[in-house]
Design a protein around this ligand. Structure first.
Ligand SMILES: [Zn+2]
Length: 400
């Protein structure tokens, strides 16, 4: 029995706990092979299929004494490979991509710095996931920056950092969006499909679903893998009770892409090709461009602007809701573009009444009894006319 039953997601999940708990439920037809508990640690041994004696020399043209500890397992490409192709007939830039301008996007190329672990996160001939993740993220950065987005990568080279450190980079940078780029693994070589993962459940942070959906559609359109699962957006709680570490540590809108399976022999070889890496990045780019075009709603507390209220006194909270569209000043943009029924206000976990004025996009919450001294979590949910949810619905009020 092969021990390569483990998604590359295993490591992702090991952010803060190693004794991963899995849901007790029957596996649907599109579920991955159940991870083997013996391999469910970052230092899992080399998979059985990683025996170098099984390597096909016709496809493994990176030369090393041991392909399963090789570095630089992708085909060489010049640093400007993507830059020279952006805007050509193969990679046209749609007009709507201009709305990426100013969007802050943190890209996390998964893994890195672990080539010495024999067979770790490698395809059948030794191609490393960490390398394909990095190249896709770099090409995606080239595309996004071409359209004015601000991009931060959690790593620029083949180095290791923890999941918490990666997510913290996105948090500290106050990213609008955080995307972890991965490729998948499973014990069945015939499997090769796209999945995109969101944290927890659908109500937790609906903007995560907006991001995941757009990324997924871009991948489906551009990679066009014939193996299609019916619902390729997946909760990370399908794998681990507390979800993936990288998403759990993220305080910004986030998703994790498993674009394809490097354990599929044909896909592994495609993933070595810079043109294919760029095709994948282009799919992610188109998804992000469409997401941005549909508006990225944001929330601002305007009074009290510092988030501090006197304790035990009646309080009035005023928020400005930005639908991500009105600022474009298109014809008709003075009309309401926030869906009234999507509005919800929760303070200390309880629903609160509010008033909303289209003129100025002011949302007002009266707290006649005031707040007890201390911190109070506030959640304001809303969607714009494209049903895109506010990127960050959470803030904290302090009463003192
Ligand atoms: Zn991975």
């Amino acid at each position: 029995m092969t021990i390569r039953t483990l998604l590359c997601l295993t490591l992702i999940a090991l952010g803060a706990f190693a004794g991963c708990l899995r849901p007790e439920r029957s596996a649907p037809s599109d579920a991955p092979t159940t991870p083997n508990a013996a391999t469910d640690v970052p230092d899992s041994p080399a998979p059985a299929t990683a025996d170098p004696t099984t390597t096909d020399p016709a496809t493994a043209d990176f030369t090393t004494a041991d392909p399963m500890t090789a570095v630089d397992t992708l085909h060489d490409a010049p640093p400007d490979f993507a830059l020279r192709r952006i805007g050509t007939d193969a990679y046209p830039i749609p007009a709507y991509a201009r709305y990426l301008d100013g969007v802050k996007i943190c890209l996390d190329p998964g893994h890195g710095g672990q080539a010495h672990k024999r067979g770790y996160k490698r395809g059948p001939t030794g191609v490393r996931e960490a390398e394909m993740n990095l190249r896709v993220a770099q090409y995606l950065r080239d595309l996004l920056e071409h359209c004015g987005a601000e991009v931060l990568l959690t790593r620029e080279a083949d180095v290791h950092s923890t999941l918490a450190e990666r997510a913290q980079m996105a948090n500290d940078w106050n990213a609008d969006l955080f995307i972890s780029c991965h490729h998948n693994a499973i014990g069945k070589p015939e499997v090769n499909r796209t999945t995109v993962w969101y944290h927890r459940d659908v109500d937790y942070r609906p903007a995560n679903l907006d991001l995941a959906r757009h990324l997924c559609q871009g991948l489906l359109d551009e990679l066009a893998l014939p193996d299609l699962t019916g619902v390729p957006l997946k909760s990370d709680q399908l794998m681990y009770e507390n979800g993936f570490g990288i998403l759990r540590h993220a305080n910004v809108t986030a998703a994790l892409c498993e674009s394809s399976f490097f354990t599929n022999p044909a896909e592994e070889q495609r993933l070595r090709d810079p043109e294919y890496n760029l095709r994948e990045a282009y799919g992610l780019f188109l998804g992000l461009a469409q997401y941005a075009f549909n508006g990225l709603p944001k929330l601002t507390l305007t009074s009290p602007a510092d988030g501090v209220v006197p304790a035990d006194e009646p309080a009035t909270l005023v928020f400005h809701l930005d639908d991500g569209l009105r600022g474009r000043k298109a014809w008709g943009s003075d009309r309401q573009m926030i869906l009234s029924d999507s509005l919800a206000v929760r303070i200390d976990g309880a629903e609160r009444p509010y008033t909303f004025e289209n003129d100025g996009y002011r949302l007002t919450v009266e707290i006649p009894e005031g707040f007890a001294a201390g911190d109070h979590p506030v959640e304001i949910q809303f969607q714009n006319m494209y049903k895109q949810s506010v990127l960050n619905p959470f803030l904290t009020l302090t009463a003192e």
